[in-house]
Design a protein around this ligand. Sequence first.
Ligand code: COA
Length: 188
Amino acid sequence: MAGKIEIEIEIEDIRKANLKEVPESCRGCVYWESPNDFEKSKDDPQKKAELEIKKREWFEKTLDEFGSCGKIVYHEGKPIAYAQYSSSERLPNVNSYESKPVGRHEEGVVFLSCLYVADETMRDKGIGEQLLQNIIEDLRRRGFKAIETFACRSSANNPSGPMAFYIKNGFHTKDKTNEEFPLMRLFL
Ligand SMILES: CC(C)(COP(=O)(O)OP(=O)(O)OC[C@H]1O[C@@H](n2cnc3c(N)ncnc32)[C@H](O)[C@@H]1OP(=O)(O)O)[C@@H](O)C(=O)NCCC(=O)NCCS
């Protein structure tokens, strides 16, 4: 973070009451939760409202059964970044990736499905790192053993961002069967 301008932020757990503050592009995104619906929605913008309901239902069930599963970052009261994580069993699209195996809940492993500084003017100011560290502390406190994600080697345009970001934050490569989308892991 040396040399970066400190931005004042607040990080809050996602709750049923603040779901409407999840960034718009993520609110109805069921890429991990329901890949078939995600594919169909590409050709059918009418499906947006339906998918927002589906995603809301996923959050409500996951909050009840898994507990805290996401964070919203605020700057001056406005949501600017977001993260989502839970057990891989709740995110069936992990099985479509070649790098494997993704850790399971019974092994104490949590899958980070999205880390996103939605406000582009707020990127590269240390917010992504603070958000990731906040999640890591939360999961340590709850007794989990590891956090995993698929990073992207050559681009940041990926649900959880680029591989360089995870290497910088202490993750190692667990499997790189697909070198472009390696499975990264951090022991907690
Ligand atoms: C990836 C992301 C979460 C990182 O958060 P951030 O606040 O911008 O990054 P930070 O300032 O906390 O961390 C920066 C470090 O991460 C790495 N990093 C961040 N963005 C990077 C990029 N585009 N390419 C390579 N490394 C990158 C670097 O190691 C950097 O360290 P350095 O400043 O010492 O060089 C954020 O940039 C983002 O959301 N990008 C868009 C991702 C996207 O499109 N997601 C799709 C969602 S569906």
